[in-house]
Write a protein that binds this ligand. Sequence first.
Ligand SMILES: CC(C)(COP(=O)(O)OP(=O)(O)OC[C@H]1O[C@@H](n2cnc3c(N)ncnc32)[C@H](O)[C@@H]1OP(=O)(O)O)[C@@H](O)C(=O)NCCC(=O)NCCS
Length: 174
Amino acid sequence: MPELQRLRRDHAAALLAFERENRAYFAQTISDRGDDYFTDFDTRHSELLAEQDAGLHHFHLIVDADGQVLGRVNLVDVADGTAELGYRIAERAARQGLATSAVRRVCLLAATEYGLTALRAETTLDNAGSRAVLARTGFVPTGGEITLGRRPGLAYVRDLSDVREAAAQETAAP
Ligand SMILES: CC(C)(COP(=O)(O)OP(=O)(O)OC[C@H]1O[C@@H](n2cnc3c(N)ncnc32)[C@H](O)[C@@H]1OP(=O)(O)O)[C@@H](O)C(=O)NCCC(=O)NCCS
């Protein structure tokens, strides 16, 4: 059963392997990270962990029983009780419900452990998978159009009050 883990220093090798193996696949739907991301990976990994420690972001990996990374779900730019959601799932693990279940879990973490009140997300109109995941996890379009890498897109928001209330009721239940 894949597990959601908060990003750690020792995830570096498995995360780099995941990004390398899926680079061409991801580039079909979202912007490529560029060569520098791969050559400077270790430095960047350390910098992002420092920013996570400072409370600026919450990074998560979906890890299988062998320690291989199947996906990632990130909350970046934490400020004023909100953060921006981003996610990507390995090609070999696609359409197994991983993104949906991991985003739900991260919404719960956001509303409880991270103390956030809302999340933002963006995707392109032509990204049917991402739009389906956002709709299934309670994100609603804010209205208005945006552009992502020259493609038309939608901005979304997810009010977390229902998640926080449900978690509180569960804790209070006998
Ligand atoms: C979009 C993405 C995260 C979906 O991940 P996933 O784990 O396959 O999603 P789920 O299995 O939870 O799928 C939920 C639903 O999305 C829809 N869906 C998923 N991938 C799809 C695709 N390629 N085309 C059309 N619909 C798709 C389906 O309705 C699916 O449910 P079903 O197949 O059980 O009916 C994944 O394809 C991905 O990482 N893509 C590349 C990176 C990316 O686009 N990230 C999002 C940036 S905004």
